[in-house]
Write a protein of this length. Structure first.
Length: 473
């Protein structure tokens, strides 16, 4: 075989292989995309640097990103969190579809770096950066990744909603202010946010859409499905982002995990879902209006949970049902309290003896709550004892009224003593609770009659209101 013929044969073979590759490449690409091995679609609206790195470096992006990730893991072990921020930024520019990098970087900012600063405002900036990284960047390039929605909901629910960080009240206050700047009030007007008519309304609608990446129409749907929700509180936003994830994700396991974030946040909203914002303090009251919807969310999760998860969901559901009767009892909504107690006995008979009255059950459950030293439960219990004390006074039961007020003071003293005055775990004082309860009972929304309000003013040692003079005709 001469050399010319050999070259011709090799060229023919190469052409045949290239032709075969042309036919097979679309099939291989479809299989790789289905398996999630790689991303073939170009990035949309990417910054110039990100577009450059993803196009020019080609397959070498993965090698460089792997080396940086190894170094980032070493820095994490060494506690070098600030240095990790820059490395993670490079990795996300090289491989924006690696969701783990986004998650770790956001967690690092919100949880590790933020606590390095003594000032709460400095901490809040880093918490915001973590939230924005997931919401604005990670989801921009990975809109169908359920883990990112779950992590974003968890950050709202845990970092902002819980009290593990002693700056949690500052975070809640800052977020509430931001939301009120968007809404123009303590609650959103969904019609104006969806169809703004004035320049100010258009400015607020644009702020909600562009900065906070939220859809007012979808907020309204969730408000009707799960609410009423207080959108100044982080739990409402945890519900929002978990619900957005459920709309985007199709796998049952992913949807189930996001649904868990919804019912957990709804339970927290039931316990502390009403924000009372006075000049100097923030108070979180139970949102009893959503109790039936919390119940429905638990039942939905139970119906869709596999066998190995059913016990955990059922236990959480039982705890909710154990709380509901005494929460309604504490605000004197007796018929509803009785209904929830009957439901508890029907579903979990061992949780409430049948020979126990509602009042006996409520007192026993209250003592359990105080022993748990739960900040929210103890605060709610103090308010409840104060409320029941005033109702007892209105029913001409002075001894019961005095006993309930004494129990509120004893509970506050015991809780404060156990926590040694830790301000992070502070609860409402009895005097503060008295002011809040009296203000609520004397408001226009109160069910009390004018005569009962006058008696309440006497009981609370308040001056009687002077009626307004009649208007001239």
């Amino acid at each position: 075989m001469n050399s010319r013929f050999k070259k011709f044969l090799l060229l023919a073979l190469a052409a045949a292989l290239l032709a075969a590759n042309g036919f097979l490449l679309p099939v291989i690409n479809r299989q790789r995309a289905a398996l999630g091995i790689t991303r073939l679609e170009p990035l949309e609206n990417a910054p110039p640097m990100l577009a450059l790195t993803t196009q020019v470096l080609g397959g070498f992006r993965g090698l460089i990103a792997n080396a940086l990730w190894i170094r980032s893991s070493q820095m994490q072990d060494e506690g070098k969190y600030f240095e990790m921020v820059q490395l993670a930024d490079w990795i996300t520019k090289l491989e924006p579809h690696i969701t783990t990098v986004w998650t770790v970087q956001a967690w690092n900012m919100a949880f590790n770096i933020s606590v390095k600063f003594p000032e709460y405002e400095d901490r809040w900036r880093w918490v915001q950066r973590g939230l924005e990284l997931l919401r604005d960047d990670a989801l921009r390039y990975n809109p169908d990744q359920p883990g990112l929605y779950s992590d974003l909901a968890w950050m709202f629910q845990f970092k902002m909603g819980q009290n593990m960080d002693d700056g949690h009240l500052h975070y809640k206050l800052s977020w509430a202010r931001d939301m009120m700047n968007v809404f123009g009030d303590y609650r959103p007007d969904f019609e104006k946010l969806t169809n703004p008519q004035t320049d100010l309304e258009r400015e607020r609608a644009d702020l909600l859409r562009t900065k906070y990446k939220m859809d007012a129409a979808f907020m309204k749907i969730l408000h009707e499905r799960y609410g009423p929700l207080d959108w100044r509180l982080p739990e409402a936003h945890a519900i929002y982002w978990a619900s957005v994830g459920m709309e985007r994700c199709k796998k049952d396991d992913d949807v189930r995990k996001l649904r868990s974030a919804v019912y957990q946040s709804m339970n927290l909203s039931f316990q502390r879902g009403q924000l009372v914002w006075t000049t100097n303090t923030l108070r979180f009251l139970p949102n009893l209006a959503i109790a039936p919807k919390v119940n429905a969310a638990y039942l939905e999760q139970l119906a869709n949970s596999p066998d190995h998860l059913t016990n955990g969901v059922a236990n959480a559901y039982k705890n909710f049902l154990k709380d509901a009767p005494y929460q309604f009892f504490l605000v004197n909504r007796m018929s509803e309290a009785e209904q929830w107690l009957r439901m508890l006995r029907q579903r979990f008979p061992a949780a409430a003896p049948v020979d126990e009255t509602l009042a006996e059950y409520a007192v026993n459950r209250a003592m359990e709550a105080s022993q748990e030293q739960s900040q929210n439960k103890v605060g709610g219990l103090i308010r409840g004892f104060v409320t029941q004390s005033y109702f007892a006074a209105l029913d001409d039961r002075p001894d019961d009224a005095a006993g309930l007020m004494l129990r509120a003071r004893e509970l506050y003293a015991a809780y404060t003593s156990r926590n040694k005055g830790d301000q992070r775990l502070a609860v409402i004082t009895v005097d503060e609770a008295k002011r809040e309860v009296v203000e609520a009972l004397l408001s226009e929304q109160s069910p009390l009659t004018a005569q009962a309000k006058a008696r309440l003013r006497q009981s609370a040692n308040l001056p009687l209101e002077t009626p307004a003079p009649p208007r001239p005709k």
